[in-house]
Write a protein that binds this ligand. Structure first.
Ligand SMILES: *Cc1c(COP(=O)(O)O)cnc(C)c1O
Length: 353
């Protein structure tokens, strides 16, 4: 479909240092496309960033029919702008949409629109160490109706936000609370979809964890509260007695693109790695035997976030003396190196804008 571009006449000031608070500054333009049952997705356009006007009865406000994605554009040392495996984000967006009864987008067409948008906003991709341009595609149900049924109309949008380094002043391992009361997701639920309700339903557990000095929550399975699932917005990996273990995708775990990339790297490096069910009790037992060597969360935001301490029902597990592990560091350096064009992209993971 032809893409209509309306250029903004008031250009905003861009961040002048790496001190950029997450997700509060937005660029000059946004991408919008509409869906109507009889027209399908139509009218793709790039327009000046501005507030939306929506009917208060719009279905998004009432039953949460929405999905989103998160990826980044990186500034390479030589000035090029690179995306990291963006096709995987649109593939996952369609999986999330399917779960939420939202009509699919044409992944390749939307990829083209994203490239146009990032090209137009290229100067917004910051060059300071560790910074990037965060990309947030999302879809909302817009039909004005209180009927409990899928919306007949939708808006797909992409907004862009320059973001600072996840770790300022070096990577710091985090302390995480193992949640024993609240549930994030169950098999058959929406845990494998990036949809709004999965996150707001975790705020209480997050607040409880924060009160006790934890930076995040480690979720267990919703049925038995035994098996490890993932962190707030990160997948989780452990290195136990030389072997890397991550929970297998169970239907309630989000399939992270960083997770997939790490599995591919470890296999290539011939580091023993398994995706399987792992219980918190098994982890604790291995910990007591001194076998838990490293633990780290993975996601677009931090790439690798080492876990320095886990708190589970009053049991404290201190991992690698609150230091980043050797393998965690190697994975971090490799992935960020590819994203920044400093390491050869032998997997063909980056897309140059
Ligand atoms: C987005 C997200 C992740 C990480 O996915 P990436 O594609 O690696 O950024 C993990 N868990 C949850 C719940 C998420 O929302």
């Amino acid at each position: 479909m032809p893409l209509n571009i309306v250029e903004s006449t008031h250009k905003k000031a861009k961040p002048e240092s790496e001190q950029i608070p997450f997700g509060r500054t937005f660029t000059d333009h946004m991408f919008v496309m509409d869906y109507e049952a009889d027209k399908g997705w139509h009218e793709p356009r790039i327009v000046p960033y501005e507030p939306l006007t929506l009917d208060p009865a719009s279905m998004i406000f009432h039953y949460g029919q929405t999905v989103f994605e998160g990826l980044k554009a990186y500034r390479a040392d030589d000035g090029r702008v690179l995306l990291f495996r963006p096709e995987k984000n649109f593939e996952r967006l369609n999986l999330s949409s399917d779960r939420l009864s939202i009509p699919p987008i044409d992944e390749q067409e939307v990829m083209g629109y994203l490239e146009e948008l990032v090209r137009l906003e290229k100067d917004w991709v910051p060059a300071f160490e560790g910074t990037s341009l965060y990309i947030r595609p999302f879809i909302i149900g817009t039909e004005p109706s209180l009927a409990v049924a899928p919306s007949k109309s939708y808006k797909f949008m992409i907004i862009l936000s320059p973001v600072g380094p996840y770790f300022s002043g070096g990577i710091k391992p985090v302390t995480i609370n193992v949640e024993d009361q609240f549930t994030r997701a169950v098999k058959g639920g929406t845990g494998m979809a990036k949809t709004a309700g999965n996150y707001s339903s975790g705020y209480q557990a997050q607040a409880k964890a924060a009160q006790e000095g934890n930076a995040d929550v480690l979720w267990l399975d919703g049925v038995e509260k035994r098996y490890i699932e993932e962190v707030g917005s990160m997948n989780i990996f452990f290195k136990i007695d030389g072997e890397v273990v991550t929970p297998a995708l169970s239907g309630s775990i989000l399939k992270g693109i960083t997770r997939t990339s790490i599995l591919e790297l470890l296999k290539k490096w011939e580091v023993p790695v398994t995706e399987r069910r792992i219980s918190i009790a098994e982890l604790y037992e291995a910990y007591e035997e001194g076998k838990v060597e490293e633990a780290f969360g993975t996601g677009t935001a931090a790439v690798i976030s080492p876990v320095g301490e886990l708190n589970w029902l009053g049991n404290k597990m201190v991992i690698n003396d609150h230091e980043i592990g050797e393998l965690s560091q190697k994975l971090y350096d490799t992935i960020t190196g590819i994203q920044r064009g400093r390491k050869e992209d032998i997997h063909d993971w980056t897309v140059e804008i």
